[in-house]
Design a protein around this ligand. Structure first.
Ligand code: DGL
Length: 274
């Protein structure tokens, strides 16, 4: 089993930020990534639809014999993690608990006391309250303020990641979080790490100080590493992990996003039907 790949899925291309973090932390692991590009975005849809989509993505990956499943999508993690854990006979990791615990750690370790964690996410992720519950399991002291930032998703998909448009959008979404005195900002959507420096700069400009920004991709890769180790599922150190990219539609922006996240050596994606 330890030689089997990790299965990673996302609603589209944003989950490649998690793949990047996994490959840098766990270079021996092979990965099969499925981006449901035909049905993105998930973040604006109903819970029932997201459950159905998540189940079909998981089924493609389990049929390929993956040893563990990583839900590299905040919206699918918020809605479908419990269901997939109950239904599947393999470990399932979402991105929300790792992101929440990284945020709680940073909140506890800074020089200035932090009482509020701001979460930028899709409308559905905010509506589920998943980050509030995840932080609440770790600390009773911290308040979570969610802010839906839906326009950041198409900006990243379009590759519109520099200049005035993403800067103004980031400022508009951050404004209520800064106003409420959030001391840590969580990038609660897999697309947002691509805009990380724009978001960091905007938060600093609006607040007049440095506000730490948490990227749940890094924290998720660490959680996957810990899980594989605890279950004895890690790939042998002699292996060099391979990467297979599957998509349900091949958008023009795919190779650009793959290159941005994975470098020029990114493999071509194969289009599949669910
Ligand atoms: N991958 C989604 C997430 O992390 C963002 C894109 C979408 O709405 O599907 O929430």
């Amino acid at each position: 089993v330890s030689g089997a790949p990790l299965g990673v899925f996302d609603s589209g291309l944003g989950g490649l930020t998690v793949v990047r973090a996994l490959r840098s932390r766990l270079p021996h692991e092979s990965i099969v990534y499925l981006g449901d590009t035909a049905r993105v975005p998930y973040g604006t849809r109903s819970e029932d639809t997201i459950l159905r989509y998540a189940r079909s993505c998981a089924s493609v990956l389990t049929k390929r014999g993956v040893k563990a499943l990583v839900i590299a999508c905040n919206t699918a993690s918020a809605v479908a993690l419990d269901m997939l854990r109950a239904e599947l006979d393999l470990p399932v990791v979402g991105v929300i608990d790792p992101g929440a615990s990284a945020a709680v750690e940073i909140a506890a370790s800074g020089p200035k006391p932090v009482h509020k964690i701001g979460v930028l996410a899709t409308a559905r992720t905010v509506a589920t309250g998943a980050y509030t519950r995840a932080v609440g399991r770790l600390s009773t002291r911290l308040e979570v303020i969610g802010q839906a930032a839906p326009l950041l998703v198409p900006l990243v998909e379009e590759g519109w990641i520099e200049g005035d448009v993403p800067r103004l959008a980031a400022e508009r979404y951050l404004e209520p979080l800064i106003h409420a005195d959030a001391g840590v900002i969580v990038l609660g959507c897999t697309h947002y790490p691509v805009l990380r420096s724009i978001i960091e700069d905007a938060a600093a400009r609006l607040s007049g100080r440095h506000i730490p920004v948490v990227d749940s991709a890094e924290a998720t890769a660490a959680a996957v590493g810990a899980l594989l180790e605890s279950r004895g599922l890690g790939a042998p150190a002699s292996e060099r992990g391979s990467l297979e990219l599957l998509v349900t539609d091949l958008p023009a922006s795919f190779s650009q996003m793959a290159e941005r996240c994975l470098g020029t050596g990114a493999p071509a994606a194969t289009q599949i039907d669910l």
